[in-house]
Design a protein around this ligand. Structure first.
Ligand code: ADP
Ligand code: MG
Length: 695
């Protein structure tokens, strides 16, 4: 097998019969054999073989023999199941078969008067002794006995079964063994973390019946987490690296001064300082990589706009990238209002600009007729070509991955980059997310802001909340009402947006609308517009309104199931109000039945402080950095070897981040990148691998 290794095509480990499903495998796991090796089991199950069913088997996965007595076929296309009645010993067993459309298949699978072997979850039956729903059919007794034991359960896709994965994985692990993957981690890292080798860790995880899958409890799983995060960290540092000529921008700030004259406010000292740092970066002869931190409402946008003007004055184009469409449109509206007065061509590009309109926008960007392009991820698509991109602003950057950053850099001649974030994070986290990057902080808020009063109430006191809302609305002010989830979850009793919307409509018939993530974006846009224009006063939504929206006369933020939100998320949401001069209120509605001690601690912290830096610090203490990863936010990066949304994992990931970011910095600084080429080949995309080659 010397000519073959784990980087070969995944179809090599598909046996005869599975070959035709190579496409499905590729979609599920990735193209290469190594990608299959990195397809992680999500949990294990135990399968029991027995010929005598008992109550104690209920709820377990049971394999057994059934004598088929009677078949009742469902009507074609009926939603009802076909029913097979059979005997297991003396017990009558009912087998429900949904979607067994073809009658011949049904009779072939369960021939009357014969014995069959089946495997599935044993349930109680109301009419008979036991019940199975869509059990698996096994070919023989030998197969049935073999099917007992402890098994890994992998994520699947239609057309691929657990058994298909087991077979392919066995062969993939052989390739891995034969490839002879060298060790890349320093021996010190291995011993302090109690890690085995990469290949051993993978083999252990896929060994049937080991434990602790979705969480990082085993050293094997932690090792893979370490490797994946390390590869990402190296990628971040490589993407900061550049050997291309640097754009130098220097001018007399004519445009900046013009805007400052028409601006309805003057900059705070903090804003002035941050702007000074940015301008000195982009005129200095090294490429700017700067992070602008500032609490919600501290006024980051205007600083970015002024930086854009500086670049435009020297003839460069700028891109302003926002994480959501609502936010992109808001930025565009603000920027275009100013820039129209200064005769600067500004365009907006999201997935919703289509057809002729899109062609016109793309044309204006390519010819340089438009100087500024505001938009969402749509800016990153191939068809967008700039004439001379000089500066890129990325709002709320931690939602953009390394690849997306590289895509942007590719679009210009090595443009300067300014990232903005409202989640103030400690230096170690900055390093972890951005690599070695300069930081400006806006530490004061614009003067004249009325305070936000934060309170908490139990869900049982909702009627009182409604009364106070009525008073607010009577004064023409607006209310955000945030719920955590859109669909009723069967697991936890979340209040869902739709229910709350219906409920509020009873009280405020013409004054409520709702907004949620899965809505079409033009619908979202229209509703949000209606809220801004005051066509209604209560906006019920999921966290889609979380980032950056600015509606000045919205003065009340109600957060339902506040116990389900993390600290920085609560703080971000609260920051949607208190943007004008009117006093504002944030009401945290919680359900004591669902609140743990830690969630009550979070609510206490939020009530006690309005300072994002203080809150971020508390967040680190309470959660070990968890929220900073942007849990439950859209567009967030997924990892292959662990589940970032599992709260039990987050303190380990934070620890891993600290270790890997330090190690990655050393590797890149000392030019040892070649020692890690296999690691990068395993985890990184082509883009990252390509810069490694030019490095
Ligand atoms: P964020 O930092 O959260 O992105 P924004 O940039 O959206 O905050 O600013 C919030 C609001 O404060 C905007 O309406 C903006 O016009 C206003 N603003 C910004 N700077 C000042 C200032 N120096 N004085 C008064 N208002 C300001
Ligand atoms: Mg903002």
């Amino acid at each position: 097998m010397s000519t073959s290794d784990v980087f070969d095509d995944i179809s090599k480990c598909l046996s005869y019969g599975l070959e035709s499903r190579a496409k499905l495998f590729k979609r599920l796991c990735g193209k290469r054999i190594i990608d299959l090796c990195l397809h992680m089991p999500v949990y294990t199950i135990e399968k029991v073989y027995t010929e005598q069913l008992t109550k104690s088997h209920i709820g377990k996965i049971v394999t057994t023999r059934i004598y088929v007595e009677h078949i009742e076929r469902a009507y074609p296309r009926s939603r009802r199941p076909s029913i097979v009645l059979g005997k297991c010993g003396k017990d009558v067993v009912e087998i429900l078969l949904f979607n067994y459309a073809s009658p011949s298949y049904l009779h072939k699978s369960f021939p009357q008067g014969q014995t069959v072997f089946i495997s599935g979850k044993l349930c109680e039956s109301y009419k008979y002794n036991f019940q199975f729903v869509n059990p698996e059919r096994l070919a023989s007794q030998a197969a049935a006995v073999n099917a007992s034991g402890i098994f890994n359960i992998y994520p699947l896709t239609t057309g691929i079964y657990q058994n298909s994965i087991y077979g392919a994985m066995k062969s993939a692990l052989k390739y891995l063994e034969n490839t002879g993957i060298p060790e890349w981690l320093p021996s010190e890292t291995l011993s302090t973390n109690n890690f085995s080798s990469f290949s051993e860790a993978i083999a252990e995880i896929h060994r049937p019946g080991s434990i602790g899958y979705s969480d990082l409890v085993t050293p094997a799983r932690r090792r893979l987490c370490f490797d994946e995060v390390l590869a990402e960290q190296i990628g971040i540092r490589l993407s900061n690296f550049t050997d291309r000529a640097v754009i130098i921008i220097q001018n007399d700030k004519v445009l900046i001064n013009k805007l400052l004259q028409i601006l309805e406010f003057s900059l705070t000292n903090s804003q002035n300082e941050a702007l000074g740092e940015i301008l000195s970066d982009i005129s200095s002869g090294t490429r700017m990589m700067r992070l602008l931190q500032g609490d919600v409402g501290s006024g980051k946008t205007i600083v970015a706009i002024l930086a854009i003007l500086y670049a435009v004055e020297s003839g460069y184009q700028c891109a302003f990238l926002a994480p959501t469409e609502i936010l992109a449109r808001q930025h565009y509206r603000i920027i275009a209002r100013y820039f129209d007065q200064l005769w600067i061509g500004t365009e907006l590009l999201t997935a919703n600009e289509k057809g002729k309109a899109r062609q016109r926008i793309l044309g204006n960007i390519e010819t340089g007729a438009a100087k500024v392009l505001v938009g969402t991820h749509a800016i990153l698509t191939e068809s967008v070509k700039f004439q001379n991109l000089g500066l890129v602003i990325i709002d709320e950057q931690h939602r953009f991955g390394v690849d997306q950053r590289l895509q942007l850099i590719d679009k210009g001649n090595n443009p300067h980059i300014l990232s903005m974030t409202a989640t103030p994070i400690p230096r170690t986290m900055v390093m972890a997310f951005y690599g070695d990057i300069a930081v400006s902080s806006i530490t004061e808020k614009p003067v004249g802001r009325a305070p936000i009063t934060t309170s908490s109430v139990q869900i049982s006191r909702l009627p009182e909340v409604l009364e106070s809302i009525r008073k607010i609305i009577d004064q023409g002010q607006k209310v955000y009402w945030v719920c955590p989830l859109i669909e009723e979850s069967t697991k936890v009793d979340y209040t869902c947006v739709i229910n709350r919307f219906e409920y509020l409509k009873e009280y405020f018939p013409d004054d409520v609308q709702m907004l949620y993530g899965k809505m079409k974006s033009c619908e979202k846009q229209e509703i949000f517009q209606g809220f801004m224009e005051g066509r209604f006063h209560i906006l019920v939504s999921t966290t889609v309104i979380e980032v950056g929206v600015d509606v000045q006369d919205a003065t009340v933020m109600i957060i339902e199931n506040a116990e389900k939100f993390g600290l920085s998320q609560l703080h971000q949401l609260r920051g949607r109000v208190g943007r004008g001069t009117l006093p504002s209120y944030c009401i945290l509605v919680f359900d004591p039945k669902l609140s743990s001690k830690i969630s009550m601690d979070r609510i206490r912290v939020i009530k006690s402080s309005n300072d994002g830096f203080y809150i971020a610090e508390k967040d680190l203490l309470l959660r070990g950095g968890g929220e900073i990863f942007g849990t439950r936010q859209s567009g967030q990066k997924k990892y292959r070897t662990f589940d970032i949304n599992n709260p039990d994992n987050q303190s380990i990931v934070y620890e891993t981040l600290k270790q890997t970011s330090k190690l990655a910095a050393e590797i890149v600084d000392q030019g040892n990148i070649d020692d890690y080429s296999i690691l990068l080949k395993i985890f990184s995309t082509e883009k990252v691998t390509n810069i490694r080659q030019s490095f």
